[in-house]
Design a protein around this ligand. Structure first.
Ligand code: FES
Length: 139
């Protein structure tokens, strides 16, 4: 399994390892990470909707891989967490309303009508809890 420096995708691994730089929960600093749900509640092959700073985020799980992108379709706001997931060479979610397809890895549009990407989040698991933070938050 990869270490924390993965292949550049925005997905996370659930091995719970980290190098200690980002885990400062005990001193009140958390480098932007927010706990959003217990891992045990996110079923393999399924998605869930969580809130980060009041904004909906889609979490998806495929085996030991975790993904997080915005959950409000950038086309007309449909809930992406209700759309079908597809895992493979291009991990993706399809909007349930007009069929836009977004990359689960980085939120980019794979097929319109949407033209704007979804925000992407880094994902990790610490002590059985899924944590996310906006990409580029690393302090
Ligand atoms: S609302 Fe998602 S494609 Fe239109």
């Amino acid at each position: 399994m990869d270490d924390d420096q993965t292949d550049g995708r925005m997905s996370g691994q659930m091995d719970g390892r980290n190098d200690g730089r980002n885990d400062r929960r005990n001193d009140g600093l958390n480098d932007g990470w927010s706990a959003v749900m217990p891992l045990a509640e996110l079923q393999d092959g399924r998605s869930a909707r969580v809130l980060l700073d009041g904004k909906p985020v889609l979490l998806a799980r495929e085996g030991e891989r975790l993904f997080a992108i915005g959950a409000r379709c950038t086309h007309q706001g449909a809930p992406l967490d209700r759309g079908p997931l597809r895992f493979g060479a291009l991990d993706q979610v399809t909007c349930p309303v007009h069929g836009s397809v977004f990359s689960l890895g980085d939120g980019r549009v794979l097929r319109g009508p949407a033209t704007m990407p979804e925000p992407a989040f880094e994902v990790r698991v610490v002590d059985g809890t899924v944590e996310i933070r906006a990409v580029g938050t690393d302090a």
